[in-house]
Design a protein around this ligand. Sequence first.
Ligand code: FAD
Ligand code: DHB
Length: 390
Amino acid sequence: RRTQVGIIGAGPAGLFLAHLLHRQGIKSVILETRTREEVEGTIRAGVLEQWTVDLMQDLGLGERMRREGHFHRGITLRFAGESHHLDFEDLTGGKRVTVYPQHEVLKDLVAARLADGGELHFGVRDVGLHDLTTDRPRLTYTTRDGEPQVLHCDFIAGVDGSQGLSRQSIEGRTEYGHLYPFGWLGILVEAPPSHHELIYARHERGFALLSTRSPEIQRLYIQCGPTDDVAEYPDERIWSELHRRLETVDGWTLTEGRIFQKGVIGMRSFVCDRMQHGRLFIAGDAAHIVPPTGAKGLNLAVADAVYLSRGLDCFYRTGRQDGLDRYTETCLRRIWKAERFSWYMTTLLHTNPAESPFEHRIRLADLDYVVHSRAAATALAENYVGLPLD
Ligand code: FAD
Ligand code: DHB
């Protein structure tokens, strides 16, 4: 079997890439180890940057998002019992925060891919990468029905997430990592919204985040230990922490409801400084990880897909490789800024047991600065809504 671009992984990076290539008339095949139900049912990120929203519209994938997404003017930073509204629409000249969960984005992209007649194989096994430094790389895999297959490609996109195998094929790479001494416990709750926008709260007991999913379902997170088990968090403990961390001097109240999903995620930063080896290009979580505080993970994965699609478009239209040769460099400029911002938001808002009293006061000064200086608030806002694509 043959295609132009073999795509390993049907996450945001893989699916956006397939749609971008389709629009450019470039054929691709997506191979995914999980089932469609697993891909569409995994609860992950929630916030889309403005340009990601615009891209979905451009690709004709934004119809349900327009109807069901939540569009916010800004966010609230809460600390010392006070709320401070940051009006991103005002600070960035009209850009907004869109809450539309990752698995809803994936449902829309999968449905459109299948409707376009595009190839997308779920439940495959034993994916192998071969002949990457030739101009005829191959993928081998076993189908869901147990049939061995060979897929001959011009290029391979390794978009198989942080645990994927593609990165292992990138020779000469340097990996940069940073571990944080905390994690997030995330819950889904049956309740009406407690606030019309997201609240990022700093508190001595730890960070808390109030987000939403729908008028009936809310998403909340609290800082926890990096290896904590959800079993250590009975509902009463979660509500008690949320109430204390989110409380205000003016008596704002959090509406409780039935908790129907709980999960813990660890927090780390990671960058692989090479994203190409021969005809293999890696993108998204396969190449970099950010802690979730800046809401950047999904958006960064999509940005890589855009840059890769541009390089491939140039190659197929003109035969020129220079766009592809610059792929790593172009991506890394954006990646390091997103790494910086995610590290900054994480450091600013979490309680770190290893922090010195001096560092603690610097952090409080930083918060005070952000909410009282238009220049500082603008810097936060332009990063949060998404820096322009190069
Ligand atoms: P992924 O979404 O990981 O997709 C990779 C795909 O490749 C997967 O479907 C996987 O099954 C498949 N795959 C893996 N190996 C193979 C193989 N060998 N062959 C074929 N397919 C393979 N970001 C935020 O901004 N906010 C959040 O709140 C947030 N929460 C998160 C919670 C969790 C539990 C996780 C894991 C991530 C979270 N993220 C969050 C990050 C965000 O979801 C990711 O940045 C985003 O999914 C990256 O997209 P991707 O396409 O690069 O990778
Ligand atoms: C959500 C996740 C984030 O990481 C974030 O910064 C804001 C919102 C969410 O899941 O809604």
